[in-house]
Design a binder for this molecule. Sequence first.
Ligand SMILES: Cc1cc2nc3c(=O)[nH]c(=O)nc-3n(C[C@H](O)[C@H](O)[C@H](O)COP(=O)(O)O)c2cc1C
Length: 225
Amino acid sequence: MTIQEAIKARHSVRKYTDRAIEADKVATINEAVGRINAASGLNIQLVLDEPRSFSSGMWKYGQFSGVRNYFVMAGPKGDESEEKIGYYGEELVLLAQTLGLNSCWVGLTYKKIPGTYTLRDGDIVHCVISLGYGANQGVQHPLKPMEQFYEASEAVPEWFKAGMDAALLAPTAINQQKFKFILRDGDQVEARPLFSMAGYTRIDLGIVKYHFEVGAGIENFKWAE
Ligand SMILES: Cc1cc2nc3c(=O)[nH]c(=O)nc-3n(C[C@H](O)[C@H](O)[C@H](O)COP(=O)(O)O)c2cc1C
């Protein structure tokens, strides 16, 4: 499965079977985590076979069941770091999808289990991403017309539409899709977060930028500030 195919196949999966992730897949994922941490300054960690973070105790953890593996998405505070969490986390989500694994970004409904991960000075846990073999493949979120999500002074090229198609398939917190893409001067693309009471818009922005790059082809445009 290519990354483009993974973008179409991926949906949030909240129920998992107890099938363990094979050692070769764990090695592939951990190799990517190491490369990403070195490039980004993030402190992402894969926690395996740890059911307590999502076990229902005092209250039910959303619609999750059977979660035993997850990425702890740790790193410095701030907007820039949050965008990186989204961007690189989605790279891992799509890598996992190509390996036949399912996932779900989780901002709220998990418990931090001390001793299962480490934080450096200044790091916080931004969110987690569940990982494993799904009991189902999830469902496609409703798709909206792409025109609601971009501005351009002229007709947009095919590569831009392909980027928007991929961006609209991206996961966002509570499916809020609070972002706008702006095309300028033929090949300059700005991606802007919009306001949301729910927050998470910088993480969402990083996620949708990763999807846009895959869909549009990074050789076709430059990110504008
Ligand atoms: C930053 C972020 C946080 C999320 N937090 C939660 C969460 O706490 N609980 C949950 O069930 N889903 C959570 N989700 C999953 C979204 O609800 C889901 O991505 C969205 O509804 C779109 O559905 P899809 O991922 O199947 O395309 C989160 C997604 C993102 C990107």
